[in-house]
Design a protein around this ligand. Structure first.
Ligand SMILES: [Fe+2]
Ligand SMILES: [Fe+2]
Length: 304
């Protein structure tokens, strides 16, 4: 991915020295805003049940050390994904301040950018080290998408879909988190995310200026995003393979079947459909339905 496409996401931003004046000013500004940036260190925040790994034969027959390693990779992925989504959120909201068409929108997006900065600052201490962007498929896609200047596309994708989806995701992460402090932090994101989502839904519903180009952009972006959901938990497969070694296509199908991938993807796709119906034009939903975008892939389709 080019550097330009990381401008809004901030995925390639450098960090200042811990002893620098900028860092000290940030620490004092966060303190003044009552934003807590301390945490109790813990190696695992979500257990095997959360990932469905307790149902996977390969995982259950692995040594305790291997199980721990797989869980550590899976936990790291989840925490880092939150970090990058919030990092991108700061840039997205700042961009929307510039694209605002009313005084109220401008104020709302400024406040929302501060919400995302708060989320980013509170989640960062839970990471063992400053993450380096790995080029994950979903995050790379999001980073590229938020570079677009098509405001309708941006609102549909980020606020209607991702933030609508994010509420349920954060709620579940908070509920099953083994660390009460992190659970509280994630639960604390929900009110703000609900407001971000609500503004997106309101502005998209009130939009009367859908041009053909926007319709096409939204349709293509949703097709790709739904595909990422349809292919199931690919990163979990990678983590198992990293620890246990090569997995054949049959092994992967078996693992995805044990993880009940089709059932879980189906639920996610239903939720995404419900977020879109009544908000985006019916013609987009019809096209997505026609090409089967709301149908989960079977385990064997997932590995193709
Ligand atoms: Fe957020
Ligand atoms: Fe948000």
């Amino acid at each position: 991915m080019s550097e330009i496409s990381n401008k809004i996401s901030g995925f390639t931003l450098n960090h200042v020295d811990l002893e620098s004046k900028t860092q000290r000013l940030l620490t004092s500004a966060l303190k003044r805003a009552n934003i807590c940036t301390s945490c109790q260190p813990q190696s695992l925040f979500w257990d095997a049940n959360y990932f469905g790994l307790n149902q996977v034969k390969y995982f259950c027959s692995a040594t305790p050390q291997q199980q721990q390693q797989i869980l550590q990779f899976a936990n790291k992925d989840l925490l880092e994904e939150i970090y990058w989504v919030e990092q991108a959120g700061v840039g997205y909201m700042a961009k929307m301040v510039i694209l605002a068409q009313t005084h109220e929108e401008r104020l709302l997006y400024s406040l929302f950018s501060a919400d995302e900065a708060t989320h980013l600052a509170t989640i960062t201490p839970f990471l063992k080290e400053v993450p380096v962007f790995s080029g994950d498929t979903f995050l790379s896609y999001m980073a590229k998408a938020i570079e677009s200047d098509d405001k309708l596309l941006l609102m549909v994708l980020v606020q209607v879909v991702l933030e609508g989806w994010g509420m349920g995701h954060y709620r579940s992460l908070a509920k099953y988190c083994l660390n009460p402090h992190l659970g509280e932090v994630l639960q604390g994101f929900l009110d703000a995310e609900a407001r971000h989502h609500a503004l997106g839904v309101t502005l998209v519903k009130n939009s009367t200026d859908y041009c053909q180009e926007s319709l096409g952009n939204i349709y293509s972006a949703l097709t790709y995003f739904l595909h990422i959901v349809q292919v199931g938990p690919q990163r979990l497969l990678i983590n198992i393979e990293r620890v246990l070694g090569y997995l054949s296509a049959n092994d992967k199908v078996e693992i995805l079947t044990e993880l009940e991938t089709e059932k879980h993807s189906s639920k996610k796709l239903d939720l995404l459909r419900s977020l879109l119906v009544g908000t985006v034009p019916d013609s987009i939903i019809e096209s997505l339905e026609k090409q089967g975008s709301f149908h989960p892939y079977s385990p064997s389709q997932c590995i193709k």
